[in-house]
Structures are given as structure tokens and as C-alpha cells.
Design a binder for this molecule. Sequence first.
Ligand code: ADE
Length: 269
Amino acid sequence: MGGTPALVAIVSAMREEIGGLRSHVDAARTERHAGRDFHLGRLHGVPCVLVLSGVGKVAAAATTAMLLDRFGARAVVFTGTAGGLGPSVGVGDVVVASALLQHDLDASPLFPRWEVPLTGRSRFEPHPGLSDLLAAASADALADLDAWCPPALRHDLALGALRVHRGLVVSGDRFVATRAEGETLRAALPDALAVEMEGAALAQVCHDYGVPFAVLRSISDRADDAATTDFLQFVSGYASELTHEVLRRALPGLAGRALAAQGVARGEA
Ligand code: ADE
């Protein structure tokens, strides 16, 4: 197994978030399972499988289990958009998760709020090495914004000075589209930087399988009353290009780290 190429899985919820990537996959073939198209091939030289999970935690969990069981993915990267919760997390910024939690999971009083029952944990940590690579590639991509983001789009999205953040990302089966709901989340989970609908589910499944993963989100809105309009404008123009720019820079390193992480897990040198 030591010489087997690392198969890196790249997952997004929606076509707009990953659409641009497919045209860059060489020697692609597509397998269809459970209503999803899994595109296999090389992306920037790295053996990859690309798939749209669909929206929400169940869709993400089912897709992740298929990636690990059927396709033998050695590392999983989720890329997509999120609503900004942290005070300094603005539209166009990138958040690389350092922990993920399901904000709508509550089996209290039987278990503490947010804890996944019978696991003793509410937060699931991505692989630090994969996350470091994504954060560095994101910083590079944002520094090079002029090369891939047309000035008109930059103007329309009112993008300011863009930053990469690392921290807690929370997931739930709700698109947070009112200021009141955003504020409730901010009050309950003050260290949360961003909210989305899949990451914590993927994290829990990868944790169960012992497979390294990372979650990268570009901020499409501030999880407030303007969230819906901001989101639609953002995904169609910015999110998928950003993903491509980040992965182009990070993929070779991700594949190496994936192999190393799995070797360590199996006790190889
Ligand atoms: N993904 C992008 N924006 C979001 C929001 N406001 N709520 C949940 N998921 C999102």
C-alpha cells in the first residue's frame, strides 16, 4: 500500500462552488452512485475524486462514507461557502476550520448540548498539516486576487482587504438568513467564525474512519438579513474560482501529507 497514490477527495455541496474544477481534471471517468456523480482523474497531477455532496449534513455524511468505503479516499477536503459569524470575518475572506461542531445537535438533558451522543465530544478537529497547506495556499490566492478575480466582480461584491482565518466552523441544517438567528448563534458559540451546512458531518465520518480531512470555506455573507442576496451573487462568481486557485497551489502538498498521515496511522516509517 505504501506506493499507492493518495486519492484526494474534493467535496462541495453545490455545483456553483466547484463547477470550474471539473474542466481541469485529466483522464476523467465518472461513476454514479446513490444519485451522485463521482469524477475520478488527475487534478494538477494528483489522483483525485471530485463529487457534489448535495446540501446539508445527511448528504455530506452519506457522500463522505461512499468516498471512504467505495473509492478509498486517503484524504478529504471540503470546499464551499459559509456565512461569517466572527466579528472580523467578512465577505470574500477564507476560513480554514480548526474544529467543527453541529450547532443544531441537542440531546440535552441526556447529553451536554452539541455533544454527539455516546462519543463524548462535540468538536471534531481536522488534520493540522492539511489545514496548514490550505491556509497557506488561500493566503497566496488572496494576495494574487487581481490575477483571477475581475475588477467588476470585486467591485460588485464590495471586497475589501481579504484575510484567511483559522478557527471553529459550525454546521447545521439551516441556511442562516436573518440577523436574529445569526446573533443567537454568535451568542451561543462566541468562538465560531463561520456557519455552513455540511462540514461537521463530514468531520464526524472522517473521524470514525480515521481518515485525515480539512474544511475550507469562503465567506459569502454575514449570516444576516442580506445573506440570501449576498450568497447568490457570491457563489456564481467568486467561490468556485477561489477553490480552483487554492487547490492548484495546495494539491501536490495535500497528496504528500495524506500519504504520510495514513502511513503514521498504520505504523509505517
Ligand atoms: N453557507 C453560506 N452562507 C450560509 C449561511 N448564512 N447559513 C448556512 N450556510 C451557509
